[in-house]
Design a binder for this molecule. Structure first.
Ligand SMILES: *Cc1c(COP(=O)(O)O)cnc(C)c1O
Length: 438
């Protein structure tokens, strides 16, 4: 059960997961991972039960603590996120991306009189609306942890200025949703190293098919596996993947040694937030074609971004593949895995595009209303193309100053490009922009 694949290429790992021939034979020959719904594990003897509960042998014990189907997903995600490096990683799957972010950050916020300074966290201002609410409302509002926001494009010295004795972690999102700002992960990893701080990266938009921040020195990567990883769009899921021996000013030692294991034994075991086995299997099923999905969506998105960029009724377009503030970093970091062409890396820039139509927020509403193919939905990374206005959706709970700090103007439209033919999507946008401007 749950054998980690070794030495295989990205697509092979994604397809095989942790379910090899031997595992299939143990599962009555099923070539698909079995869906284990049962809430508790039966043991051959009381001694077997004791050894498993004491952590001396592998097992899953009880559905809130573990589950064989969920473990299959965890082993697969850890293999994909550490692909191409010698890093040893472990994953903890969670009920949603937001729970992964909570699980990846809350252990560092211990109230401990031995720790110096007053607790604060250093966070990129370009982050998901839910993350903003967790940090601003739950951590700062409820617990008094100061959130220090830094613009994603700020140089390392500015980030350094925000760190002091009370800092617990650095958290960034790259590329950010919906601003599509990129973060220089190696530069921040160096800073994190100097200050013994964990660097946590939300890599939902890139996925390991384009970017693997652990290999650039990040300690923990978090994902909403509800998005591009589940392109079929059948479930909500999240995950964190941590390397062994992370940096942290906060203990215990077990937390540093194997953070993902620590989270499973503490946050998940005691607070819940465990992923359902059904959603784990839905995610595994979509993950199999992650690399080709990202390739297809990105190739289409690149053409659509160019189309929008040249359109008279469009004020501005943000896409990492277009020339702009973050393009150089995107070219360095967003590289399709296993896709060298004539020995050269192949850049792919993802499925998300943000743009502002001419005519302000009214025009943004009219454009969205006129779309006939794009689904008006708060969703991304799907085989189905979607469109939303982040100011009323993902960032709708933020007050105006916080929304603008996150560079989410009221007239911004975010689209996510899926698997429909590019020509049809361009025609839909063209007609919608024409209708909105009459
Ligand atoms: C959607 C999203 C999340 C939250 O994930 P859920 O699975 O919806 O809880 C976190 N970060 C980013 C970048 C997202 O797009």
């Amino acid at each position: 059960m749950n054998r980690a694949p070794n030495g295989l290429r990205f697509d092979t790992i994604a397809v095989l997961g942790a379910h090899d021939h031997a595992a299939a034979l143990e599962a009555r020959g099923s070539i698909c991972e079995p869906l284990d719904f049962g809430p508790a594990q039966h043991f051959g003897s009381a001694e077997d039960m004791r050894a498993c509960l004491a952590g001396e042998t592998d097992g899953w014990v009880y559905g809130r603590i573990g589950n064989p189907t969920v473990q299959n997903l965890e082993v697969t995600l850890a293999s994909l996120e550490t692909y191409g490096s010698s890093i040893e990683g472990e994953a903890a799957a969670t009920a949603s991306g937001m729970f992964a972010i909570f699980a990846a950050t809350s252990p560092f916020l211990k109230i401990d009189s031995q720790l110096p300074g007053s607790a604060n966290i250093v966070v990129s201002a370009g982050c998901y609306g839910g993350t903003y609410m967790l940090f601003h409302e739950r951590y700062q509002g409820d617990r008094g942890v100061e959130v220090r926001w830094v613009q994603p494009s700020a140089p390392a010295e500015v980030w350094a200025d925000h760190i002091d004795a009370g800092t617990r972690f650095i958290f960034v999102e790259t590329p950010s949703n919906p601003g599509l700002a990129l973060i220089d992960v190696p530069a921040l990893a160096k800073l994190a190293e100097q200050h013994s701080l964990p660097l946590i990266v939300d890599s939902t938009v890139a996925t390991p098919a384009l970017h693997r921040p652990l290999s650039q020195g990040a300690d923990i990567v978090v994902h909403s596996a509800s998005k591009t990883m589940s392109a079929n769009g059948l479930s909500i899921a999240g995950a964190l993947i941590a390397r062994k021996n992370i940096r942290s000013r906060v203990g215990p030692e077990k937390l540093r040694e194997n953070f993902a294991r620590y989270v499973k034994n503490t946050v998940l075991r005691e607070i819940g937030g465990t992923l359902s086995p059904f959603n784990a299997l839905m995610t595994l099923t979509s993950l199999r074609s992650l690399r080709t999905n990202v390739d297809n969506f990105s190739a289409s998105a690149e053409r659509i971004a160019q189309f929008l960029n040249e359109h008279d009724a469009v004020e501005s377009v943000q896409y990492p593949g277009l020339p702009g503030e973050f393009h150089a970093l995107a070219c360095r970091d967003l590289v399709l895995v296993d896709a060298e062409q004539a020995g050269k890396p192949l850049n792919r820039f993802g499925s998300l595009i943000s743009f502002r139509p001419s005519g302000g927020p009214d025009a943004a509403f009219r454009t969205l209303d006129a779309m006939k193919l794009f689904w008006r939905a708060n969703d991304l990374g799907r085989v189905k193309s979607t469109a939303t206005i982040p100011a009323i959706a993902t960032h709708g709970q933020l007050d105006e100053s916080a929304r603008l700090r996150a560079t989410v103007p009221a007239d911004l439209i975010r689209i996510s490009i899926g698997q429909e033919h590019t020509d049809d999507l361009i025609a839909d946008l063209d007609a919608a922009l024409a209708e909105a401007s009459t």
